[in-house]
Design a binder for this molecule. Sequence first.
Ligand code: GLA
Length: 716
Amino acid sequence: MSSIVITAGPVFHLRTATASLLLRVGEEGHLELDWFADRLPDTVSGPIRADVGEDRTGLRVNYGADASSSYSLGEAALAWSSLGKGDFRPPGIQVAGHPVLDFRYTGHHLQPGALAATGLPGADGESTSQTLDITLTDPVAGIECVLRWTTFPDSGVITRRTLIRNTGQLPVVLEQAASQLIDLPVADTHVLTFDGSWLDEAQPTRLAVGKSQLVNESMTGSSCSEHHPGLIVLGADTTQSQGWCYGFNLVYSGSHRTSVAHSRWGSTRVVSGINPTGFCWPLAPGEEFCTPEAVTAFSADGLNGLSQQLHRFVNDCIVPARWRRRARPVVFNSWESNYFDFTTDSLIASARVAARLGAEMLVLDDGWFGARHDDHSSLGDWQVNERKLPGGLTELHRRLAELGLELGLWLEPEAVSPDSELYRAHPDWAITAPHRSPSLGRHELLLDLTQAQVRDYLVGQVGQVLDEAQASYVKWDMNRLLSDLPSDGYQHRYQLGLYEVLGRIFGPRPEILLETCSSGGNRFDLAMLTFGPQIWASDCTDPVQRLDIQRGLSYLYPASTVSAHISASPNHQTGRSAPMAFRFAASASCVLGLELDPTELSQAEADELAAAVAWYKSRRELLQFGTYYRMEAADGTDIACCADDDGAVIFDRVVQVCPQQVRSALTVPYADERWYEVRIGQQVLQLPGAALRRGVPRTGRARSLTALIYEITAVR
Ligand code: GLA
């Protein structure tokens, strides 16, 4: 059965397993959004939205000059709009010198599958995906907008791009080109954004929009830890398990903006895409601009339902094909164990213990190249420092192989230190604004990825390092924000350069597991996930703080994408001490790794950690790819559950307790009528599904920074 049905009107019915999105051409030829919510019957005839028939003449601007027509763009629920003809809500497109733009339907085209966009990352289609192009034209401005929708029926996701073509005789300059404009059929909404900073990423912030407008944006040249590009529009009463919500995200790593605006007539406009601030894109006659892909999903089953749809989409359609549903290795990362201070011998000594703990790979972090002994120099000089690593990476690789470990490598290819051979040879390769000396961030500049010679150099140089080192894994870092922009629109051209470089390096090397990073989670986004299936979520490895960050990310991203390492106690960022069991339980609901000096563990800690890592490896398919539930717990506890058809693992992590508090029961909402074995450490219970749904009493006194792991298995 087709996932997009077109009937007379035309009316376009885009369907997923759980939702319908209904578009129709309105009485004046504009593209209207009739419905985006629960799935409708296969055949839809009349309009779904009722005309409330109110007298709205007050401040209305009618579309037509004909006095008998009362159609107003400002009151219609639209799927695309601009300024100048009576719609005063946030526009989707602005063009210099055209204060009036008016796009009306001129045609459509339906194709199977998802379509790739030149130069931009995007989602791969599911087997029943279809793509619908609807063309809207403004003949006066000589501009055509193709709204390109793709359905992902299994995930419950619909994506969208805008292709903007100059069909006129004169050049034009785009000042805004949104990926998404949609008038949702809901009012008085709340918005959940994910805000923070370095060491404090993805903190959920829930705000009531009421009658106002909320703007979520980044201007840093990155998707940004301060304001994440993904957000959720939800009802005032929506909880983890109940109520409606809409998820929005962008397959984009640059500056973004999403506005959520209350509209007087009972709808909410969401406009999302590249941030128009500083954006400008000339289009010669015949040229086309394609926006990043925007992602939308609807859930009637609360926030967990929405997250599960988005997780499936990321796991099946976003991450590189080779890593879809493929278990991720347990890495031992050298950063917090050694920082810049290591030799081959010291690395091998640590790696030997890490291998006994269950690690499968050493990731050699910063400091292995050039003359880099701190963060002041050598970025760009990707030649191994033989004083630290005699025999180079080849020798390190050989000695790791003897321990049964693979080699992973940290690089920050986009950056260059002013104190580097590369910068001395090519100062013009760094980003600089004309007639200004460039500003440093973490003592570094960025390379100008809009220059073809710079991209060619990076592709050749990084590729050579990876091949020589026989690297199985790369941690691709990027530790600053974009400043000193040479021209308007530069930020987007930088992103295009970055995507080309990543594609040319890793496309021919699909076996390399790419983990991206940007001072932790400053570039945690869907576009980066199309190149590398996991991201270093934060430079904060404190387990308490990390639980918040991971919980925030879980709204939009599956556990398989979130890299989470066990670090030393006391923690290097916060000074907080936490027992090994708690640190393990905080990391094990994501992609577990080690980020501590294993030679400093006591024998008891090493034994405990080795047993825990062995258990993680035995359950990692479920933990990384299972159906994920955030559980509500009002008692200072972070509870998350990963489930499949046969059972579940529940992490019950006590962050903080108040004396004498009564602990809420642990409910397992998806349990069916079977009996279940519930294993809590040494204790084993046999319980019917009904008892799990009602709640397993959490007995015993809770202690701060302790954790219980419940293993629940259906008994057939
Ligand atoms: C960034 C990363 C860290 C580490 C350092 C190395 O801060 O986020 O994980 O790799 O760089 O300099």
